[in-house]
Write a protein that binds this ligand. Structure first.
Ligand code: ZN
Length: 291
């Protein structure tokens, strides 16, 4: 609220960060060169800056998730701040109350932030990596709330984590080799070693050129020297506690967004002082353009 007290400050921020570092000079596509831009205060042009040479308009929100949104920029920024300043995230219900928007709007804002800003990058994982699969409970079709345990539809999820490093987590169709191996080939760096449990889907890792260690959970062994999957299991419990405690139930269709959000928070946990994480998310909002 101090840094971005209103819509105008948010728009100025986008203008400075995306187009005009000095707030005045920007590249004009129409002129093909850097020009002086001015802000004319006619009501129709409130959201844009105008090239003083040719009259071309530049909208600082163009291409971002904020563009043409009926929700004000100020509320968007505030929602992003709330998402990055709590350890477990907040629910759409809480956002609805905080922002005074409808539940549908709150939910849609989170959905866009999770899927279009907090998406997971393609950078491979290096060093000692743990891989594991788990199942996250969905909700009974059509019925909100908590279904009885036996009735839950579980969604398979696959994840990999560097020791003391980054995590990646994806909703998968199933946990067969043919499903998991492409993820591992894509996201495991050439110098990485990999620890898994005994699931047969991991048996061919060695043949695929990876240094692979198995921890025999079935005979009660969970740590053997440096070999274990405790880090990824810790991440799973974060996700499950978070979804159970904050969001109550998440359907399969939207689970990837939640995984993105938890992975984002985990991967930036060293910057957990609110403003720093918020700054990173804002930078993504300014640089990631919608197609
Ligand atoms: Zn121009």
């Amino acid at each position: 609220m101090q840094d971005f007290p209103d819509d105008a400050t948010c728009l100025e921020w986008l203008w400075h960060n995306r187009y005009a570092a000095d707030g005045e000079h920007a590249f004009c596509e129409k002129c093909g060169q850097t020009r002086k831009f001015a802000r004319y205060s006619t009501s129709q042009q409130r959201q844009s800056w105008t090239c003083t040479a040719c009259g071309h308009h530049v909208h600082p929100t163009a291409g971002t998730i904020f563009h043409k949104s009926s929700t004000s920029l100020h509320l968007w920024f505030y929602a992003m701040y709330l998402m990055t300043s709590t350890r477990c995230g907040i629910s759409a219900k809480q956002l609805e109350r905080e922002l005074g928007v409808t539940y549908k709007t709150a939910w849609r804002m989170f959905h866009l932030i999770r899927n279009e800003l907090m998406f997971q990058d393609d950078e491979p994982l290096e060093g000692e990596v743990e891989a594991d699969e788990t199942y996250v409970g969905g909700r009974r079709r059509g019925q909100p709330g908590r279904p009885p345990a036996g009735d839950r539809k579980k969604t398979p999820v696959f994840g990999m984590v560097e020791r003391k490093g980054r995590v990646k987590a994806y909703v998968v169709e199933d946990v067969k080799t043919t499903t998991l191996m492409p993820h591992m080939i894509k996201y495991l760096g050439s110098e990485s070693t990999i620890d898994t449990d005994e699931l047969r889907s991991y048996a061919t890792l060695g043949r695929n050129g990876f240094e692979h260690h198995t921890i025999p959970h079935s005979i009660g062994v969970y740590v053997s020297g440096d070999v274990h999957t405790n880090t990824i299991e810790g991440f799973w419990s974060l996700v499950k506690r978070g979804i159970g405690g904050t969001h109550h139930a998440v359907s399969q269709k939207y689970l990837q967004g939640y995984l993105n959000e938890y992975a984002w928070r985990y991967n930036h946990r060293d910057r957990f002082d609110g403003p720093a994480q918020f700054g990173l998310l804002l930078a993504r909002a300014a640089s990631v353009l919608r197609v």
